[in-house]
Design a protein around this ligand. Structure first.
Ligand code: C5P
Length: 404
C-alpha cells in the first residue's frame, strides 16, 4: 500500500550493528511510496556501504557537512527544509547524546537543528548502554523537545546480551511513520470514555489527600484515540496538561465527582478506559474550616470511594468494553490478574511503578496486558507510542471477542 505516497523522509543512519536493517527500511519506505534521502555518519559506513543505500534509495547518500559537491546538489539546509520527517534509525547512544545537547558537529545533527519537520529516533545499542542513566536522561530530554521515540525492542543482542536495545523491525518503523505522517482513521464512529490523572479528597478547605499521578498516560491514550477518529470524552482529575486536540475534557476534583461524571455518560460509549489513579478512600467528612494543628496525633476516618471501573464492568445493560489499569510496585502479574477477575474487566494494563523509567511522571512507560486467556508485554517506549500500541491491542480484542 502506498500510504506514504510522496512523503519526503530523511533517514539518518548511525554506527550500530543494526545499520544493516536500514537497507530493508529504505526498500519498505519506497514500497510505501516515500521518497528517501539517506544521511550517514562516518561510523555508519563501517557497518553498511553508502553505495548499498544509494542504490536502494535512488539518491546519493549525504555524509559530510563540508563536502562542496554534496552541498551544491542538496545542501544540509535544503535537505532540512525538504524533509517531511527526519528519522534516525538506528540511533546510537552517541547520536542521542549529541542531539540532546543540541550539538551540530556533523551533517546529521546539524540537519536536525535546522529542520522544522518532526524528528524520530529508533535507538539501537547494548542493553546496559540503553539503561545507563545518561542515555535515559538524554531520551527524556529529547521526548520533552517533541522528538518521537520508537522502540527499542527487547530480545537477544548481537553482543550476546539479553534485554532492551534492539532496533525495531523495519515493518514496525514503517507503521510508526505511517501513523505520524498519514494517520489512520480506524476508530471513526466509535465513542471512547477515559478517566485520567489523580483525584483529590478534601480534608478541609485547604488540604487534600491525593497521589503522584501526572495523567500523562491517560492523556496520551485520549490523544491517540482522537487522532484515529474516535469521539473521545476524557474525565480528568487535576493535572497540568493541555487538552489534546479534538478531545472533550470534563474536569473533576474528587473521586465522587469523577464517578458521577463517568456514570452519567458511560452507557453511551463503546469503550471505557480507566487510566485514572483514583483515591481508594476519602475522608469521612470534610471540615468546614481549616483544621487546627496542635495535637501530637491526629486520627482520620476514611471511607471507601466507589470503584468506577468495577461498576462499569458489571453493568447489566449497555456495558462498554472495559479496560482497567493496575499500578503496582511488586508482584505485577498476580495483583493485575486478581483485579481483572475481581472487577470483571475485559483487559487490564499493568504498570510497574517501582521502575524509574516508567513511574508516574516519566515520559516513557511499559505495560503488561492481561486478559482472561492471555497476556502480552508492550516494551518501554514513549507514552504516546505506547498509547497507539495499546489501542491496537484493545481493538484486536474488541473486534475478536466483544459483542455488546
Ligand atoms: O484497585 P485499584 O485502584 O488498583 O484499580 C486500578 C483500576 O481501577 C484503574 O483502572 C483505576 O482507574 C480504577 N479505579 C476506579 N475507581 C476507583 C479505584 C480504581 O475506577 N475507586
Amino acid at each position: 500500500m502506498a500510504n506514504l505516497a510522496g512523503k519526503k523522509i530523511v533517514l539518518g543512519v548511525t554506527g550500530s550493528i543494526a545499520a544493516y536493517k536500514a537497507a530493508e527500511l529504505v526498500r519498505r519506505l519506497r514500497d510505501s511510496g516515500a521518497v528517501v534521502r539517506v544521511v550517514m555518519t562516518p561510523a555508519a559506513t563501517a557497518f553498511i556501504t553508502p553505495l548499498t543505500l544509494q542504490a536502494l534509495s535512488g539518491y546519493p547518500v549525504s555524509q559530510d557537512l563540508l563536502d562542496p559537491a554534496a552541498e551544491a546538489a542538496m545542501g544540509h539546509i535544503a535537505l532540512a527544509k525538504w524533509a517531511d520527517l527526519v528519522l534516525i534509525a538506528p540511533a546510537t547512544a552517541a547520536v542521542l547524546a549529541r542531539l540532546a545537547c543540541g550539538l551540530a558537529d556533523d551533517l546529521l545533527t546539524t540537519l536536525c537543528l535546522a529542520t522544522t519537520a518532526p524528528i524520530a529516533v529508533a535507538p539501537a545499542m547494548n542493553q546496559q548502554m540503553y539503561q545507563a542513566s545518561a542515555t535515559q536522561h538524554n531520551l527524556q530530554t529529547l521526548i520533552q523537545q517533541g522528538v518521537s521515540l520508537w522502540g527499542p525492542g527487547e530480545g537477544s543482542q548481537a553482543c550476546g546480551d539479553q534485554g532492551l536495545g534492539r532496533l525495531l523491525e523495519p515493518a514496525g518503523l514503517v507503521a510508526e511513520i505511517e501513523q505520524l505522517l498519514a494517520p489512520r482513521n480506524d476508530l471513526q464512529g466509535m465513542r471512547w470514555l477515559l478517566t485520567a490523572g489523580p483525584t483529590q479528597e478534601a480534608l478541609d478547605p485547604v488540604r487534600f489527600i491525593s497521589n503522584h499521578s501526572s495523567g500523562k498516560m491517560g492523556f496520551a491514550v485520549a490523544q491517540a484515540a482522537a487522532a484515529r477518529g474516535a469521539a473521545v470524552t476524557l474525565i480528568s482529575g487535576p493535572v497540568a496538561l493541555a487538552t489534546p486536540p479534538g478531545v472533550h475534557r470534563v474536569g473533576v476534583t474528587s473521586a465522587l465527582e469523577m464517578s458521577a461524571a463517568v456514570m452519567e455518560r458511560v452507557q453511551l460509549q463503546d469503550l471505557f478506559v480507566a487510566c485514572a489513579a483514583v483515591a481508594d478512600y476519602r475522608p469521612k467528612s470534610c471540615a468546614p474550616q481549616k483544621l487546627k494543628s496542635g495535637e501530637p496525633i491526629m486520627t482520620l476516618t476514611l471511607v471507601k470511594n466507589p470503584d468506577m471501573v468495577a461498576q462499569v464492568a458489571q453493568l447489566q445493560e449497555r456495558r462498554p468494553y472495559t479496560v482497567g489499569f493496575a499500578a503496582e510496585t511488586e508482584q505485577l502479574a498476580r495483583y493485575a490478574r486478581a483485579k481483572l477477575l475481581d472487577k470483571q474487566l475485559d483487559l487490564i494494563c499493568a504498570n510497574d511503578i517501582s521502575r524509574v523509567d516508567q513511574g508516574f511522571h516519566s515520559e516513557t512507560n511499559a505495560l503488561h496486558l492481561y486478559w482472561s486467556q492471555g497476556e502480552k508485554r508492550l516494551p518501554l517506549t514513549s507514552k504516546s507510542q505506547l498509547a497507539h500500541q495499546l489501542i491496537d491491542e484493545i481493538m484486536q480484542h474488541y473486534h475478536a471477542n466483544y459483542r455488546p
